[in-house]
Design a protein around this ligand. Structure first.
Ligand code: UGA
Length: 428
């Protein structure tokens, strides 16, 4: 039977969680603090690009199983289960800033029903379940940790087909009640204590970031010894202990999670008396990767990009999202601009004229060929599939030099080489 659920926060995680839970048959009220956002969601307008989300939101709105309201208390007062899905941004010292989650818990504390369960989905440092309990101030309400493992762009799919469901609870009956919300999903269920659940989230994200930094470092070795990283990864991936997932070399990792969570884990370890040198190295390799890619682009322009126009394909932190947060593309563009380059960029998810301070100084255009106009180098920085199928005769005609730095190893090289392009990639 469907349960009454409140979801506090309608960002990527909250909106996906709310829409998917209503799809699973629950009665869900999502709350946010921004009136315009709530109004738009009530009209069925989705503020983010996320495959399948609009359909689920509309399905829920039409059946009445999914509603959006302003303010956490309205939603929380009626619910048996209250999900906290508020941001935990990186604070000044690298640690996660818990103020949103503390405020949300303190706000709903006086109104939540006795015996309801507060479920924390925000990524929070070990021990934060206790912080939520304290802010809530209710001994008759359980707080449970239930980390999310949703990738942007495929969050709906990841929610409905999870690799695992992790529930961290001190109270077994609370854990079982939360597990019941996911009936119908085929996935291993792990019930553990809150500290372990919180650690699983950080350890997973940091490990995935480690895999990517590792492969980017191997790519640098490949370049030095004349090997091809694509073949190396293929050969490694046949070993089932290694696997080939998350070993795609690229311009470095970014997004709203890996950078924040890896820094937070370094800080969590440091506060606990452990110097996490391995993870610091992973972060350093990533920063270095941005610089290495910028240097490749400068090399392609003859060693100096001062006054040179660089065409860029891809601004978002990865394909199939419109998210610019901590985008490697923007990191690399920043480095190029500080070397004097003019950057003209195209991204399928970012409109020309988008008013976003992160795009300041970048000429964003609505056409991939326009981005190449007068450019001495084309840099492919996000792996949008459509870049593969563009007309490279046309690209060659509008560029001043036929030089490409493919930082995602996305493009098929032979047709480019046949057209006289000089192509550099990562680790090849
Ligand atoms: C990541 C995790 O994958 C999710 O499991 C997790 O739930 C989420 O963070 C979160 O903590 O909320 P996401 O940030 O959406 O998801 O992005 P990913 O698909 O993991 O990609 C992160 C970055 O790594 C991107 O910049 C991507 O381009 C890069 N990447 C990924 C590579 O360079 N190579 C790869 O092989 C894979």
């Amino acid at each position: 039977m469907g349960q009454k659920i409140a979801v506090i926060g309608t960002g990527y995680v909250g909106l996906t969680t709310g829409a998917c839970l209503s799809h699973l048959g629950h009665e869900v009220i999502c709350a946010d603090v921004i009136p315009e956002k709530v109004d738009a969601l009530n009209r069925g307008e989705i503020p983010i690009l996320e495959a399948g989300l609009e359909e689920l939101v509309n399905e829920g709105r039409q059946s009445g199983q999914l509603r959006f309201v302003l303010g956490a208390t309205t939603a929380a007062a009626e619910a048996e289960f209250i999900y906290l899905c508020v941001p935990t941004p990186q604070g000044a010292d690298g640690s996660a800033d818990l103020s949103y989650i503390r405020d949300a818990a303190a706000e709903i504390g006086p109104v939540v029903r006795p015996e309801s369960i507060v479920i924390n989905k925000s990524t929070v440092p070990v021990g934060s379940t206790r912080v939520v309990e304290q802010a809530l101030g209710r001994s008759d309400v359980h707080v449970v940790s239930n980390p999310e493992f949703l990738r942007e762009g495929s969050a709906v799919h990841d929610f409905l087909h999870p690799d695992r469901i992790v529930i961290g609870a001190d109270d077994q009956s609370a854990a079982i009640r939360v597990a019941g919300l996911y009936l119908g999903l085929a996935a291993p269920l792990q019930v553990t204590d809150p500290a372990s659940a919180e650690t699983i989230k950080y350890a997973s994200n940091a490990f995935l970031a480690t895999k990517i930094s590792y492969v980017n470092a191997i790519a640098a070795v490949c370049e030095a010894v004349g090997a091809d990283v694509n073949d190396v990864v293929l050969g490694m991936g046949y070993d089932r202990r290694i696997g080939d997932a998350f070993l795609r070399p690229g311009p470095g990792w970014g997004g709203s999670c890996f950078p924040k969570d890896s820094h937070a884990l370094v800080k969590i370890a440091e506060d606990a008396g452990y110097d996490f040198e391995l993870l610091k190295g992973v972060i350093a390799v990533n920063d270095d990767q941005f610089t290495r890619v910028a240097a490749k682009i400068a090399d392609a322009a003859g060693g100096d990009v001062d006054g040179v126009t660089v065409g860029v394909w891809g601004l978002t932190f990865k394909a199939r999202t419109d998210d610019l947060r901590e985008s490697p593309s923007l990191e690399i563009i920043g480095r190029l601009r500080s070397l004097g380059a003019r950057v003209r960029a195209y991204d399928p998810a970012i409109e020309a004229g988008t008013d976003d301070p992160r795009l300041e100084g970048i000429e964003v255009v609505d056409d991939p060929y326009a981005a190449c106009e007068g450019a001495a180098v084309l840099a492919v920085l996000t792996e949008w599939d459509e870049f593969k199928w563009l007309d490279f005769d046309k690209v060659g005609e509008v560029m001043t030099e036929k030089r490409v730095v493919d930082a995602r190893n996305l493009l098929d090289r032979s047709p480019l080489n046949r057209r006289g392009f000089v192509v550099d990639g990562i680790g090849r």
